[in-house]
Structure formats: structure tokens, C-alpha cells
Design a protein around this ligand. Structure first.
Ligand code: FE
Ligand code: CA
Length: 508
């Protein structure tokens, strides 16, 4: 048990009264909803763009929290005092329980004379409840210097049960004073400390803080509980388990991974169970929304075999097709397939990072992405066979990573359009990575022609609203016309539906 591991505790206690500047600059968040509880998060950082956030690193600070049944926080149902420990960058993770299922709550923190913004959250429905609708936001990929987080301001305004964030919350690249595409001038310019590739705990911490200085990210966290998982850039582009893209010695890379995982945990609304121990963290976990939907959140980075053929887009062959290769690791795969077998839910939803369906550049023998499930076909087949063996009628895979929207049918044989459709995949585009994007990518016609199971493909920034009912799953693909300037409006580019018991996307 993670809770039994003794941790270093920072030395002295500082009272809230000694905090002289507003420490709630990074906002609040909630996450990992259960029927009777959620995690509440904040981090004290009066100066978010400084190492240690402007607080002495070797101190603990008591932080009061309260959760209420009303927006004005008059009807407080639960509260207490948590400790913001310098060893965890003065982050606070409160695991609230005793709440009512399927209900909205509001929460906030106090520290000395400072009060945090109010956050809104929502518990999951009761086990076995006859749930008529679950609505999730699907988001990923927010490279800070490639655009504003305007998509998240719109996401904040959606009516959702939770947000599913499937990775690339930060990127490890250097960011110049102008913050790249954001074009900061004068006072807004970033300090030099951001103009380095991330390798250290301080560096990773600063990058999360920088992201959270964007008010739209704080608004999206304050509006909905988030269920998060990471992809590659939270550590390093396209890493695989202990294998660095730059082929660092494994020992050195694992030290970096430990720092990156620690900073991730510190800045996300995650439970103690997800706290890293060195370079290891148990991030894969499961959420139940009554009998309507189950969400199996995967980690496809920590346990994967190294990419075949040196990564990139390559022709598949004996190396990529080796049945010993895995994207999930054996333990996570077993957990997933066991889950399929015992699931009573109408919808079995696999929430993960990289594209699951085949994507080919041309007909016949074609290159595919060695970083996605296409580079791990045996692993994909085991998941699909496991779902079939379990009698999973309604498999839905939710993905990110590629900075485009896709609606795809999961085929028994992707090269045979007449083969059985086993489920559907929704890939959500990026929040900001990839700058403004384009309405129709250059390869659109080709991709749609050679991949008949791809029903929709678009390349603007945005997110997806995914609605589950007993009858169907619906994907509303939201897009923004630009991200390199603030203030973009949001629109729905396309909507697709797949019916329960009859998988396959059709326009809504
Ligand atoms: Fe990305
Ligand atoms: Ca990625």
C-alpha cells in the first residue's frame, strides 16, 4: 500500500498567517469521482513562475478545505485541515468521502487570510444505478507555446459529468521569453528558467505551474472533475518504459521519469494510491458510472515495449508483429481483460493515449505509426480478443496524441471493410498543440479513401463532448478557428453516433 510508505516530511510548520501573498495562483481542481467521494486539489504558490513557488521548500503549511452542497458554500457538508508539504511542492490532495452519489458539490480552500477560488465537482452515480446519461469532455495535448487554451474556456462551459484528459498536459521543450506562438511582450514575457528542456524536478514543477497560470486551464479544472492520464510529453517525447528517445542510460532516464512522475502527481487531482514511488506509479484505474458506463483509464507509456523499427512511420514486419511485444504490459492487460469479463456496464470505455485503429497512408502495404497501437498489433489483438471473449457488446476507445479529430470504427480486419465492427474509437484533437491547424489536412482525401473505417478526420484545435445513453454513444467534435490568438469562438464541426448493440459510426 502506497499509504504505508514512510515519506520524508519537511521540517518546520508555517502558519497560514505567515503567507504574505495570495498562494492560490494555480487555482483549484477536483478529480477521480467515486459514488461517495472525489479528490480536491490545490497547490500553494504565491509566485508560480519561481522555483518552489515563492515558499520555503522545507516547510509544511496547514490549509483548510470545505465542500458544500450549494454554490455559495453555506451548506457545508464536510471540511477539515490538510497539510501542504514542501516535499510535494506544497500541493494538497484531499480524498473526500461520505458524499452523495450523482451530485454536484462546490469546494474551496483557506490559508491564513487567503481564500481560493470556488471549484465545482460532481460524484459518480451509485453502483447499479439506472443512469440515463453520462457526458464526458475528452481533451489532450496543450503545448503552451503553440497556442492559447481557449478550447478549455469553452470546455469549462459545457454541461459534463467529468473531463477525461488523455495526456500531454505539459511538453518538455524549451519555451522562449515570447512563449512561442503566444507572442508575449513586455511584462508578460517569460523568465529564462523556461528556456530549457525539462530534466529535473524543479523544471517539471515549473512547467505545470506555467500551464496553470493560463486562466482558461484553471477555469476548466474549477468547472468539472478531471480524470487524467499521461502520455509521453509529461516525461519526454515518445519514451517507452525505461527507454529514452535519446537513448540515455536507463538509470539516468528512470531518475528523470521519477522527477516527471512526481511533478505530475503533485499537480493533478489524484489519490495517494497514484503517488509515484521512485520511477513507478500506478496510474491505470477504473471508474464506474452506474450500470451505464465503465471507464478503464490506461497508461500506455510506463510498461510498453520499445517502438519497433526505431519508431516513426514504418512498414510493419516481424519486429512490430512480434507477439511478445506489448503496449500495456502484461499486468495491465490482465487487469483490463478481467475488467471486461466482470463488467455489467452497457458501455465499456477504454480511456487512453495513442490511436487504437489502423491508420494507413496508402492501400496495400503501407507505413503505419510505430508509436501507436499500429506498432503493437499483437497487443491490440489481445485486447480485442479479450473484449470479444468477455461478450463486450459496446466497446468504445477514447484517445488523443495526434492533434486531430477522428471518428473511427474498430474492425475485426481493418483491411476488409465487410469484416465485423467490434466497437468505435473517438480521437480528440489537441487543446493547443499544432498551432491553429487547418480545416482539412492535405492528406484528407487519401486518408479517407484508404481507411474506410475512418468516418471523420479534421485538424482544428478543440475537444470532444462524448455522451453515453442506454441507446447510443454520441461524439460532438468541437473546433476553434484559431488558437494562436486568444478569444476564438467554438463550434461543432461534426457529430457522430454509434448505437448500443450495433457498433459503427454514422453521422448524427
Ligand atoms: Fe501531443
Ligand atoms: Ca503524445
Amino acid at each position: 500500500m502506497a499509504g504505508e510508505v514512510r515519506r520524508r516530511r519537511s521540517g518546520r510548520e508555517l502558519s497560514g498567517r505567515e503567507v504574505g501573498e495570495d498562494p492560490f495562483t494555480l487555482g483549484v481542481a477536483s478529480g477521480d469521482p467515486l459514488p461517495d467521494g472525489v479528490v480536491l486539489w490545490t497547490r500553494l504558490a504565491p509566485r508560480p513562475l519561481e522555483v518552489d513557488g515563492g515558499l520555503p521548500p522545507e516547510c509544511r503549511i496547514p490549509v483548510e478545505w470545505a465542500i458544500a452542497a450549494d454554490e455559495g458554500l453555506r451548506d457545508v457538508v464536510c471540511g477539515g485541515v490538510a497539510v501542504a508539504d514542501g516535499a510535494d511542492a506544497h500541493s494538497v490532495h484531499v480524498e473526500v468521502d461520505g458524499l452523495e452519489p450523482g451530485r454536484t458539490y462546490w469546494y474551496r480552500f483557506h490559508c491564513g487570510r487567503w481564500t481560493s477560488p470556488v471549484g465545482r465537482t460532481r460524484t459518480a452515480p451509485a453502483p447499479g444505478a439506472d443512469v440515463r446519461r453520462v457526458r464526458m469532455g475528452l481533451a489532450s495535448c496543450q503545448q503552451y507555446d503553440e497556442g492559447y487554451y481557449t478550447a478549455l474556456a469553452h470546455l469549462a462551459g459545457e454541461e459534463l459529468d467529468a473531463v477525461l484528459f488523455v495526456g500531454d498536459y505539459i511538453y518538455e521543450n524549451e519555451i522562449n521569453a515570447q512563449a512561442g506562438a503566444r507572442g508575449y511582450t513586455g511584462e508578460q514575457q517569460l523568465p529564462e528558467v523556461f528556456d530549457h528542456w525539462l530534466t529535473t524536478l524543479d523544471g517539471y514543477r515549473l512547467r505545470y505551474a506555467l500551464g496553470k497560470t493560463d486562466a482558461d486551464l484553471r477555469a476548466a479544472h474549477a468547472a468539472h472533475p478531471w480524470i487524467v492520464t499521461w502520455d509521453d510529453h509529461e516525461v519526454e517525447n515518445n519514451y517507452a518504459a525505461a527507454v529514452s528517445q535519446r537513448n540515455l542510460p536507463a538509470e539516468e532516464f528512470l531518475r528523470r521519469r521519477a522527477a516527471a512522475y512526481q511533478a505530475y502527481w503533485e499537480h493533478m487531482p489524484l489519490r495517494e494510491e497514484q503517488r509515484p514511488r521512485g520511477p513507478d506509479a500506478r496510474l491505470y484505474r477504473r471508474f464506474r458510472y452506474g450500470d451505464l458506463a465503465r471507464f478503464d483509464v490506461l497508461d500506455t507509456r510506463q510498461y510498453r515495449s520499445d517502438q519497433a523499427y526505431g519508431d516513426g512511420w514504418k512498414y510493419p514486419g516481424p519486429e512490430s508483429e512480434d507477439p511478445a511485444r506489448t503496449l500495456t504490459g502484461a499486468e495491465q492487460e490482465e487487469w483490463l481483460l478481467d475488467g471486461f469479463r466482470e463488467s455489467p456496464a452497457t458501455w465499456d470505455v477504454v480511456v487512453q493515449q495513442v490511436a487504437f485503429c489502423q491508420r494507413k497512408g496508402n492501400v496495400g502495404r503501407a507505413r503505419v505509426s510505430m508509436d501507436a497501437w499500429d506498432g503493437y498489433p499483437a497487443s491490440r489483438n489481445r485486447v480485442l480478443q479479450g473484449a470479444r471473449d468477455a461478450g463486450t457488446a459496446n466497446l468504445v476507445v477514447l484517445s488523443g496524441d495526434v492533434h486531430v479529430h477522428y471518428a473511427m470504427d474498430i474492425k475485426e480486419d481493418f483491411d476488409d471493410p465487410s469484416s465485423v465492427t467490434l466497437g468505435v474509437e473517438i480521437v480528440g484533437t489537441s487543446v493547443s498543440s499544432g498551432f491553429d491547424g487547418v480545416e482539412r489536412p492535405d492528406d484528407w482525401e487519401n486518408v479517407m479513401r484508404v481507411n474506410p473505417h475512418i468516418k471523420y478526420y479534421a485538424e482544428r484545435r478543440g475537444y470532444v463532448v462524448v455522451t453515453f445513453t442506454p441507446e447510443s454513444v454520441r461524439a460532438d467534435f468541437r473546433v476553434l478557428p484559431y488558437a494562436t490568438r486568444p478569444g476564438a469562438p467554438v463550434g461543432t464541426d461534426a457529430s457522430f453516433v454509434s448505437r448500443a448493440g450495433r457498433p459503427g459510426f454514422v453521422p448524427a
